[in-house]
Structures are given as C-alpha cells and as structure tokens.
Design a protein around this ligand. Structure first.
Ligand SMILES: [Zn+2]
Length: 394
C-alpha cells in the first residue's frame, strides 16, 4: 500500500514537470558558479533519452563533426555518445554538472527553458519553420568549432576559445538563448525569400535574439535576485550606467546598456542592432521605475527626469533612496522588475506575427512592438525608439 502511494506520488511529481540544472550564466562568471535547479513544464514521461521529446532531440558526436551548412543538414548520422538517461525518478538533476554527459542535458534544458518563456508570451506553441522537412529540432551538443549557430533544423554548439581557455557553448545560456531567438523569429514571421545583404531583417533578427536572451535570463529567480542585490535595486545605470555596463558580469545586461543611436552605428548587423536593444532595455528600466513608484518604493520624481541626462547629484539622491527601500522591501523590487520584463516581453512576442520578413524595416518592427504593447508600455517604447532614431519623433 505504502509503495503504491509513493509510486503514485512520484508519477504525479513527473506530470508537474521535469527537474534540470541550468547555469543562468556560464559557471566561470563570478557569482554564477552554482547552477539553478529549474522545473521545466514538460512532463517527465514526455522526455526520452538524449534528452529528446516530440519537438527536439540532442545528439553528441563521438568524433569530429563538420558544422552544418547549406550543403550539409540534419539528421546527424555518424557515431554519437550514448543518449543520456534521467535518474530513477525520471528527472535529470541527478546528473552532475561536472560530468561530460551534463553538456547535452544542459543544452536541452536551456533550449526548453527559453522556448517555455516565449511560448508563454506568444500564447501558443512555436511551430518550427522547418517542420515540413524536419519534424524536430536537432541540438548538436558539441562541435569542435569556435562558434554556435542555428539553422534549418538544427542548433549546434561549438567551443569558445579565449586565450587558449576552451569553454563549451553548451554551458552558455546566453549563447543558446540567442540562437533559440533566431529560431523563434523565423518560425513566427516565416523565412524571408528575397533579401539583400544589408536588409533590416538581419539586423532585427540579431536585436530580437539578444532581447530573447536578456528577457529569458530575467526569468531565473536567482539572477533577478543577484542583479538587484548587487545594484541594491538601482538599475539606473545611465551616468553610472557605463561603469556598470563595463563591469556587469551578465553579458546580456552589458550589451543592452548602450547609448547608441542609428546615426552612430556602422553597417555591421550586430552594431546596427544595438540601438533597438538599447531602446528595449531603457523601456524595461523605465517601467521598472514606474512599478517601484506605484509600490511606494521610489520617489515619483524619478519618472519626470530624462534618465539619460541625469546629473550626478540626482543620481546619488535616487541611489541612496532606492538602497534604503530595497533593504526594507526586496520582494517589491523583484515584483517590479518581473512586471516590467513581462510587459515588454509580451509586446515583442505579440508583434512578431504581423511582421513581413521580406519587407521588414527596423522602424516597421518598432511600430509593431509599440502597437502590441499595453497602455503603460507603449508611450515609453515610442519615446525610446524615437530617441534611438529608429522611428521619427512625434
Ligand atoms: Zn545571432
């Protein structure tokens, strides 16, 4: 009897989701040495060895594999390492982060985590743009190549090599989330069929993917907690922001806190994407401030000043006030940040379906995000896109 009850409990537990370890930032980043235990919403009995499920599977090549390209596509048909199996409780958190077999498990968990976040914003499952040819996404956990890429039916992860230190991208949540961002965008807008090299679609795709990475990162409770504790609730990184940006260990934040306008960037796609990313980040920070004011955690005057032109005195005053409020009510700060994150994530996700990939312009994409935003978010987005010279001023 006892046994039966335990079994029933255990399988119930598996229906609630499946446990994995994820490093929100690669483990060599100070403060992020330990992984987070996360529950993915997919039931344990829907995940097979690999891990694999109905929409994706991981392969881990045994020998050197050449990266995929136009002439080489999935499925992977060479010898691979044995597919990783879950523990006896059907969860994957019994696999040690130090084990070699952790790489495919971590890569899978990151892809699923990001997809879970964005499917919630979009409001339905994402159907891969390549599903006519390949029903499932192939995740290649390890390629001997200093890059990571997503393409038609695949997402493959190489190894970064900085000064001779080799770090697998399979442990890098930023990189994986960015690549999943590309796949989500193409799946929602459709694949462009006729584009010139300099087309805005590529720029928007890089911006969107970095924002996917930033917003997905903000879904780790521990990451939000660390970010707020380190800044003592003050994301007002504008004057001080540059200093923050240079020292911020979170890659996504470092990238998003930039001042670039369209007239100041080069033609290179990642450079051209910066103003769009910056406008989105500024909007999250401003919404965060208004949420703080509503919760009685910050002075209302915070909303009246142009954050980009704040002088040192104002900045110091706000910093002191927020630090005090943060000490007293850290939870209110977390709620403010997650509310701001979700308002912007929702607007972005809702804007995708209406975008036409062949004729997409950055201005058109910005207007679509504004149109999809709620009444509190839309005007902030509009001002920030205008300041970045992505859309005209009213
Ligand atoms: Zn990219």
């Amino acid at each position: 009897m006892r046994l039966l009850r335990d079994e029933a409990l255990q399988s119930d537990d598996g229906r609630l989701g499946t446990r994995f370890w994820i490093f929100p930032q690669p483990p060599f980043i100070p403060g992020y040495e330990q992984p987070d235990r996360v529950w993915l919403s997919i039931p344990a009995d829907e995940i097979g060895p690999g891990p694999s499920d109905a929409t994706m599977y991981v392969v881990d090549p045994l020998f050197e594999k050449r990266p995929y390209g136009l002439d080489r596509l999935p499925p992977f048909d060479e010898p691979g390492r044995p597919p990783v199996r879950p523990g006896p409780d059907r969860h994957f958190d019994s696999i040690s982060p130090d084990a070699r077999e952790f790489l495919p498990v971590h890569a899978y968990a990151c892809v699923r985590f990001v997809l879970q976040v964005w499917q919630s914003y979009i409001g339905r499952p994402v159907r891969w743009f390549f599903d006519q040819t390949f029903p499932r996404l192939e995740i290649v956990a390890h390629v001997n190549w200093d890059n990571a890429q997503a393409g038609y039916g695949f997402l493959e992860l190489g190894i970064s090599d900085t000064d001779g230190i080799r770090r697998p991208y399979a442990l890098n949540f930023d990189t994986i989330a960015h690549e999943v961002g590309h796949l989500i965008l193409l799946s929602e807008t459709g694949v462009p069929t006729s584009l010139s090299r300099g087309a805005d679609f590529f720029v928007f795709s890089e911006a969107f993917s970095d924002i996917v990475s930033l917003i997905s990162f903000l879904h780790f409770d521990t990451a939000v907690d660390r970010l707020l504790r380190r800044t003592r609730g003050n994301l007002l990184i504008y004057n001080e922001l540059n200093r923050f940006a240079e020292t911020s260990p979170e890659t996504q934040v470092r990238l998003a806190t930039n001042f670039r306008r369209m007239s100041e960037v080069t033609g290179e796609v990642h450079d051209r994407a910066l103003p769009f990313i910056g406008a989105i980040f500024d909007t999250i920070v401003e919404l965060y401030h208004s949420e703080l004011v509503q919760r009685g955690c910050a002075d209302g005057r915070l909303l009246d000043v142009d954050l980009r032109e704040l002088d040192q005195l104002d900045f110091d005053r706000f910093r002191a006030a927020t630090a005090e409020a943060f000490q007293a009510r850290p939870l209110a700060f977390e709620q403010a940040l997650t509310a701001a994150r979700d308002a912007v994530g929702q607007a972005l996700a809702a804007s995708l379906r209406g975008l036409e990939p062949n004729t997409l312009t950055l201005a058109g994409a910005a207007h679509a995000v504004v149109a999809a935003a709620d009444v509190a978010t839309a005007p902030l987005l509009e001002i920030n896109f205008a300041w970045r010279e992505i859309i005209g001023r009213r």
